[in-house]
Design a protein. Structure first.
Length: 139
């Protein structure tokens, strides 16, 4: 089975899990979300893994299994934090490249980027990336 086939299978499992959740067939939902989680880990798809964990948390909550719900939602939170760090690093690199092409001093660029991308609470804002990118491309 090719990588694309496994990714397609993961998406199908995710969709079927959500369908069974809507039908309130939570045991079946768990089966498909577990398959999705297994495939996402195999593919090293952190976003897929995070989504599967969140969905498992929801299904286990509906089943009254708060112990497992807490476990999977905690995993979701941990993975999401890792993904945000990767996104910030990639976005910072893109901004530096764009700013360099406009001959803006790198130090000032990074400082402005961080000021725009971090809220007072310290959470990443995707809208901020677009704001900074749009501002830069109009220079």
């Amino acid at each position: 089975m090719s990588l694309g086939d496994r990714a397609l299978e993961a998406q199908a499992c995710y969709s079927l899990g959500n369908t069974y959740t809507l039908l309130r067939q939570y045991e079946r939902s768990v089966e498909y979300h577990m398959q999705h989680l297994h495939i996402a880990r195999e593919l090293r798809d952190m976003v897929g893994e995070s989504r599967a964990c969140w969905s498992l948390g929801n299904a286990y909550t509906a089943l009254g299994r708060t112990d497992l719900a807490l476990h999977y939602t905690s995993l979701h939170l941990d993975i999401s934090r890792q993904v945000v760090v990767v996104v910030i690093a990639v976005a910072a690199a893109v901004v530096v490249v764009v700013l360099s092409s406009h001959e803006v001093p790198i130090f000032c660029s990074i400082s402005a980027f961080w000021l725009h991308c971090l809220s007072p609470a310290g959470f990443f804002s995707v809208k901020s990336i677009f704001f900074v990118s749009m501002h830069i491309t109009s220079m």
